[in-house]
Design a binder for this molecule. Sequence first.
Ligand SMILES: NC(=O)c1ccc[n+]([C@@H]2O[C@H](COP(=O)([O-])OP(=O)(O)OC[C@H]3O[C@@H](n4cnc5c(N)ncnc54)[C@H](OP(=O)(O)O)[C@@H]3O)[C@@H](O)[C@H]2O)c1
Length: 279
Amino acid sequence: MVDVPSLAANGLNMPALGLGTWELGGAQLDEVIPEALDIGYRHIDTAQIYKNEADVGRNLARSDLPRNELFITTKVWVDRYTPDDLLASVKESLDRLQTDYVDLLLLHWPLFEGQGMNPTLEGLMRARADGLTRHIGISNFNIDQTEQAMAFCGPGALVTNQVEYHVYLGQERLRRVLARHNLVLTAYMPLAKAGVVNDTVLWEIGAQYDKTAAQVALRWLIEQDRVAAIPATSNIHHARANFEIFDFALSLDDHQRIAELDKDRRLCAPASLSPEWDD
Ligand SMILES: NC(=O)c1ccc[n+]([C@@H]2O[C@H](COP(=O)([O-])OP(=O)(O)OC[C@H]3O[C@@H](n4cnc5c(N)ncnc54)[C@H](OP(=O)(O)O)[C@@H]3O)[C@@H](O)[C@H]2O)c1
């Protein structure tokens, strides 16, 4: 079985490739998760709002892998952001996930009422202090908010900002800020929601290595310093293909060609949740 590289940041040890689960549930996850574990996936990304934590939990509980070999991320939804409610919501998540702790707990979007982000960050830190999660992080925070959160939580407290990142969206400034503070950028929508699968440039690059455009897109992400990717799939063949990215390397010329693709295609920007993007 392939050993997935692990990303180390502020005490974190997170497999660089994980399985996304947004929009999946029930029978799909009953099929994909056991297969993914068999293939070698150990990192699973879910969220309270995905309404599939129980499906994830059921399938992880059925596997005979020791808990400490799994890396489970969940995210607190924005309607549970007061500190007490945040802790209550995480305990509900843990019940659904059938585990005593998650490996990574994120704030899903930076949408804070009245008092701003600090009380919610305090709740997040309490969740970690209480042992409900091993690590904490943020998601969809812009650069300014990321810097505020890092300043409030203190050095080494946060391990990642999970944001949209793929070959069609540049995140250079944000990535530099995160790297400077030793945080991982976890790339969601790493396949640009399947937008990469017919890309001619990516196919041309992949042809040199007998790889698909999707594999090239994922490889491009995980070759970068402190970048993880969490592609989602309901298809066990895609799950396997997405994992077969550790036996080739992109050349400088390949990187140059990918750098030349348009980098302004943000796909996930719900008006009711999005901050002002400052990257
Ligand atoms: N923090 C956040 O706010 C946030 C936002 C969005 C997503 N996320 C996380 O990131 C994960 C990934 O993002 P995403 O699911 O939106 O998009 P994505 O992973 O970029 O794309 C998923 C799509 O790609 C297809 N696909 C996967 N592998 C493929 C392959 N090898 N060949 C062809 N098509 C393939 C899937 O279809 P098939 O099912 O047919 O394979 C699905 O339609 C989510 O599941 C979620 O866990 C987080």
